[in-house]
Design a protein around this ligand. Structure first.
Ligand code: ADP
Ligand code: MG
Length: 323
């Protein structure tokens, strides 16, 4: 199981930010209405996530951190499966295998909370603890037991950037949930659950940028595209500056990014790299999300249709607005 969790950790968890991404997904799956991410030193020393979701019953706590069906691993087929499909039911196990891990949880109907510590794969006994409804997870000393991996962590600013990025993507995709990000005891972002998309962009990237964005909302062939785009003269808020989502999942796609740039061609705007926050809502059988283990890349049934829908929708908006 040690080998399993270390391989698993390599595939799913490469840095504090990837742990945060997994934990955020779990909190959302648990129906959380508010999630706090609190890290120290970019997450190298501490990552803490607190949610108000449905919690984990005391007797299930050891299961939540146990390896699921993966103790059989080692054959080449299994490795292929890992690379192709990623892990289900392995995130907590993978994280707890390479950190000092504490989970506290209390479902509504349980009077006392339960606490479980796992030290680099070795679980203690479950104990009682006082805790509010929901789940709290703390990860300390990530990769202390896997020095080669610890060595690959970057500066605390860089690691914090990845943590923030994971939270921003999740918050953009989940408008009904409140997100707060704390770094070294300072509140960095606080997005209330009632914020609009424009307000959300303002929280994360500043109102000056958010105020200048142009709304897009267009439907074609059963695919709805909505969100905001900035003309290419606007400064990018970070090296990426483009956030694309398909059915509320963050994705990256070279062809779609190209369509965004292409939409501004010939419009006489000082060209750089347009800022965009765009959401596609489409039938799930027209997109394959299992192409990449971390599911950032997807495959569309009809990529040309997506490309031209995106290009035309942006062009229409900017041709008709007087910029
Ligand atoms: P998966 O999410 O694929 O099931 P994980 O290792 O991420 O696998 O989580 C294992 C299990 O622990 C989940 O299936 C869920 O039952 C429970 N769990 C994890 N995080 C939370 C949370 N924040 N709230 C409630 N249950 C959780
Ligand atoms: Mg999970």
């Amino acid at each position: 199981p040690d080998v399993v969790s270390k391989i698993a950790a390599g595939e799913v968890i490469e840095r504090p930010g990837s742990a945060v991404k997994e934990l955020l997904e779990n909190s959302l799956d648990a129906g959380a209405g508010s999630i706090i991410v609190d890290v120290a030193e970019g997450g190298r020393d501490l990552v803490r996530i607190v949610d108000d979701g449905h919690g984990i019953p005391r007797e299930e706590l050891p299961l939540a951190v146990a390896a699921h069906a993966t103790s059989k691993l080692i054959g080449a087929d299994d490795l292929f499966r890992i690379r192709s499909f990623g892990f289900r039911g392995e995130a907590l196990n993978a994280i707890a295998g390479v950190s000092d891990f504490t989970i506290r949880s209390r479902p509504e109907e349980q009077e006392v909370g339960a606490l479980l510590e796992v030290h680099h794969g070795h679980p203690d006994d479950v104990r009682d603890t006082a805790c509010p409804r929901g789940t709290q997870i703390e990860i300390r000393n990530l990769f202390a037991s896997v020095p080669v991996r610890r060595k690959f962590l970057k500066s605390k600013q860089t690691e914090f950037g990845h943590v923030a990025e994971a939270m921003i993507r999740t918050a953009l995709a989940n408008p009904d949930v409140g997100f707060r990000l704390v770094h070294n005891e300072r509140v960095v972002h606080d997005r209330p659950r009632t914020a609009s998309l424009r307000e959300t962009i303002g929280v994360f990237f500043g109102d000056r940028l958010a105020d200048k964005l142009v709304p897009i909302d267009a439907e074609r062939d059963g695919i709805r595209l909505h969100g905001f785009v900035g003309d290419p003269s606007l400064d990018r808020p970070n090296s990426r500056g483009q956030y694309l989502f398909v059915n509320r999942r963050y994705i990256r796609d070279r062809s779609l990014s190209h369509a965004i740039s292409e939409a501004f061609r010939g419009l006489l705007m000082t060209g750089r790299y347009p800022v965009a926050f765009l959401f596609f809502e489409m039938p799930s059988d027209q997109v394959d999300v299992n192409v990449h283990p971390t599911k950032i890349e997807v495959r569309f049934e009809n990529p040309h249709q997506m490309y031209s829908h995106l290009l035309a929708s942006i062009r229409n908006e900017f041709l008709s607005s007087d910029l």
